[in-house]
Write a protein that binds this ligand. Structure first.
Ligand code: HQG
Length: 181
């Protein structure tokens, strides 16, 4: 179905725009942008029937607004979630007093001892909503919600950024700033 196609190509875009552009020979610029025409022709050359119409539809319909087009629509990038090193150019921003991180119960002991680390990604992902945090955690197993003292972290010099699609990003959350919900 149409929806399944969109989901398949959305995952493909996440792969090449966040993690492994080299799988199709794509290069991202320092801010994470790829040329849309180049992306489409490289995808086509690698057996992916991506088209301009599909790209535009994915950008517009993505539930999480994962991708953004440049103003002239010639370039595309992922709004967050990168493991490749890019500078999204996000300003530091004052976070709400508390933020939430959703994880799986099997990670809890490790997180409580070493903190939330960004693992393969550039940042730890935090949410202002418990529901969103729960669904992020559920991707990994039985969800557990951590309440993060974002205000305290900021006071102590940790920096926060808000992605274009509403995800709060920071480098790491040390154990002393968190408790389970
Ligand atoms: C865990 C989705 C053990 C961490 C979502 C998480 C998000 C530790 C996992 C975005 C740990 C990494 C990111 C430690 C962290 N010991 N486990 N010390 N520190 N972890 O996928 O936050 O749908 O890289 O809790 O909406 O789950 O892809 O991060 O469970 O915004 O657009 O290690 O991905 O967006 O997992 O998800 P991930 P995440 P998309």
């Amino acid at each position: 179905t149409q929806g399944k196609q969109i989901e398949k190509f959305s995952k493909f875009l996440s792969l090449v725009l966040r993690h492994a552009p080299e799988t199709i020979g794509l290069t991202l610029d320092g801010s994470g942008w790829a040329n849309v025409d180049e992306l489409i022709s490289l995808a086509n050359a690698h057996g992916q029937a991506l088209s301009r119409a599909l790209v535009e539809e994915i950008v517009e319909t993505s539930d999480k607004k994962r991708f953004a087009l440049s103003a002239d629509r010639s370039r595309i990038r992922a709004n967050q979630g990168h493991s490749v090193e890019v500078d999204l150019g996000l300003e530091a921003k004052e976070p709400p007093d508390i933020l939430f991180h959703g994880t799986a119960d099997r990670f809890l002991a490790s997180i409580l001892s070493t903190g939330v680390n960004s693992q393969s990604r550039q940042h730890v992902h935090l949410s202002s909503s418990v529901e969103v945090a729960r669904s992020v955690g559920a991707r990994h197993g039985r969800p557990v919600i951590l309440v993060v003292d974002a205000k305290g972290m900021q006071r102590d010099g940790h920096r926060f950024h808000l992605s274009e699609n509403g995800v709060w990003l920071t480098s790491a959350v040390p154990p002393r700033y968190m408790r389970t919900l």
